[in-house]
Structures are given as C-alpha cells and as structure tokens.
Design a protein around this ligand. Structure first.
Ligand code: MRU
Length: 357
C-alpha cells in the first residue's frame, strides 16, 4: 500500500513529502493556505488531482484559522485564500477547479449569512467547507477506480505498456489515473510488462512510478527517457498510457514534459496512445493547447539531482515542466465517465460514452 498522501484533521493538514520518496516517509505540516501553497509550489506534493485535493483541504482549514465573523468577512477571506492556492502552480487545472469550487461554496455561505455569525452559523459554515473538501477527495478516489475499469478494458492481453511521469496513487487520493489503468489491467492478468520512463528532470518515474508498480506486483522496468524509442521498437510495446494536467476543448493535452515526444513515437510505431484523466482535467475555456500556460520551473531542478551538480555553474537552462500533445496523436481519453475517441472538438466532452476501440 502507498502511504496516505494527505492527512486532514479539521485544523491540521499533513502532506507526505514526495521529494524524499522512495527513501524516506516523512510528513510536513501544511496547516495554513500559505503552507499548502508552498508545499504545492515546492513539489513536496505533486500530481494534478492530488494538488486539487490539497487545495480544497487547505482552503477549508484556512477559513477555520482566519475565523471571519460575518458574511462580507468570509467573502474577503475566501477570495484571498482561493487566489493564493490557485497561484501555486499554473498548468494543472484541478488546482484551479478545487480552489474555485471551494470559493463558490464559501461565497454562497457568505450570501446566506450576511450579518455577524452566531456560534451555530460558524459551526455550520466550517462543517460545510470540511465536507466539501472531503467530497473533492472521495470524487477523485471514485474517478480513479472508474478510469481503471474503463482503461483496463481497452488494453490487449499480454499488454506491454509504457507510462511517463507519475500518474499513480501518489498523484491522486485514489489508485491513480494512468497507473490505476495499469494496476487494474494487471489485476485482470493483462499486463506482461510495464515500462516507466524516469522523467527528467524531477524523476517522478524513477522515484515514484516504478516504486508504485513494484509495490503493486506489476512486472515493471525503469528506463531513461531517451530509451523510449528503442524500447517501443524492440520490446513489443503495444500501449502507452499517461495522465494529464489540463485538456483543452479540442482534446490537446498538457502533461509532464516528454509526453509529446512519446505520443509522436507512438504514432510512428502505430502504438495506441491513451490519456487517463478525470473530468475536472477538461478545461473547456482553453480552446486549444495554445491557451494552456506551461509552467517554467527553476534551473536548479535541471542542473542538480539530490544536491549534486550536473552542469557547469552559470549555465543557461530551459525548464518547461509540461508539454502539449496535440489531440490528433491521442487514441483515446479515458475519463471516469467513459472513453472519448476519436479525440476531437466534436467529441469533447458531450459525447463521453464507454466505447470499445
Ligand atoms: O510536475 P508534476 O509531478 O506535478 O506533474 C505530474 C504530471 O504531469 C502527471 O502526469 C499529471 O499530473 C497527471 S497525475 C494523475
């Protein structure tokens, strides 16, 4: 079993520090919106659905901590808190979805309680916010299970599958998205072997995904990112599945840097390329991938690994943390509501239905 990623207790939020995995299991305190936001920014926790769940908990406990005393106070506190959480990372829309969802609920509570809060009104408000945060988590857990079922059904017997980054339990509050598909297919006896790309620069594949796959008993091998073409060509890879941070209205998909390259390889080698993502990842306001902000992270994450320098001091570095895979390279998007295929504007998202490819 993967250790709990988040531990929420009304006035406290603890976050599993994924930067130390798999060597150490350590929790850090994220019991204010500022601390939650810093933990997300510093990638103590990461993965689109998980940072959304953390934001929902961070929001609920921040409002409890600030203790606004009237409707207008609550509205101000809620607006500031949501803006802070939202700003932690720009690409994963689940973070923005959860922050906005909590803000909308708080705004409704403020409107319903315009005057000074009585003790019972305050108790009710905090209870409603806590429950909503827990609901964001339970919806994510249910979505992961459903994606596992839909995705596993798409895979052939004796499947040799490749994945990138970490879209597993560590990226969600459930069994994961892409890795959830692999483990669900494994429990049906369908997985011959899984390959996890190490995922430079942050090594989510090497540190997290391969650890999850090994713990789940999936026959799995770790490869460096630049081995992918050779492995696809020579090792019988017959499916690739990845997660997503944001999917535009036409199906263009933002995911961890390197995903686009894998999709190009999949097309060339005629291997189906699947994206597994819960519906809060669909951003209908982004018309195409061009509307999605790609996070640029620090040079140090590229030039250092665990404190060891890899490059000359002062080197110029680029570090886009995500890339956009065009819809035309994606065979299907696996959501909790079913499978979208073909992936195009017309099918997104109105015609989500369980289909067989
Ligand atoms: O920078 P990260 O580690 O947060 O990036 C994570 C990914 O790109 C995942 O593939 C994505 O969030 C999907 S997680 C279910």
């Amino acid at each position: 079993m993967i250790p709990p990623r988040l531990i929420f207790k009304k006035t406290a939020l603890k976050v599993l520090d994924q930067r130390l995995l798999p060597d150490r299991i350590k929790y850090i305190d994220a019991s204010s919106a500022a601390r939650t936001s810093a933990a997300i920014k510093d990638m103590a926790l990461r993965g689109a659905p998980l940072i959304g769940c953390a934001a929902a908990f961070g929001f609920a406990l921040e409002i409890r901590r600030l203790h606004p005393t009237s409707g207008p106070d609550l509205l101000t506190a809620a607006g500031r808190t949501a803006a802070l959480l939202r700003s932690s990372r720009p690409t994963a829309v689940a973070l923005h979805y959860a922050s906005d969802r909590m803000l909308a609920l708080a705004a409704g509570l403020a409107a319903a309680n315009p005057g000074e809060f009585s003790p019972s009104a305050w108790k009710k408000i905090t209870g409603v916010l806590d429950r909503e945060a827990r609901l964001v988590t339970s919806e994510d857990q249910a979505a992961c299970l459903a994606m596992g079922t839909h995705g596993a059904a798409l895979l052939p017997k004796n499947c040799v599958i490749m994945t990138h980054c970490n879209a597993g339990a560590l990226a969600t509050m459930g069994i994961g998205t892409a890795v959830g598909v692999i483990t669900a297919a494994h429990s049906l006896g369908k997985i011959k072997r899984a390959y996890a790309c190490e995922t430079r620069p942050y090594l989510q594949g090497a540190r997290l995904t391969i650890w999850e796959l090994m713990r789940a008993g999936v026959p799995a091998e770790l490869i460096t990112d630049n081995m992918a073409a050779h492995i696809i060509k020579t090792c019988g890879v017959n499916a690739i599945v990845v997660g997503a941070d944001r999917i535009a209205a036409n199906g263009d998909t933002a995911n961890k840097i390197g995903t686009y390259g894998l999709a190009v390889l999949a097309k060339y080698h005629k291997v189906p390329f699947y994206v597994a993502a819960p519906t809060p990842t669909l951003d209908m306001k982004a018309r195409t991938g061009g509307d999605i902000v790609i996070e640029e992270r620090s040079a140090a994450e590229v030039t250092f690994i665990k404190g060891v320098s890899l490059a000359p001091r002062g080197v110029k570095v680029r570090h886009p943390a995500f890339d956009i895979t065009p819809a035309s390279l994606i065979t299907a998007i696996i959501t909790e509501k079913g499978v979208i295929s073909p992936v195009n504007k017309k099918n997104m998202p109105a015609r989500i239905s369980v289909i067989s490819l």
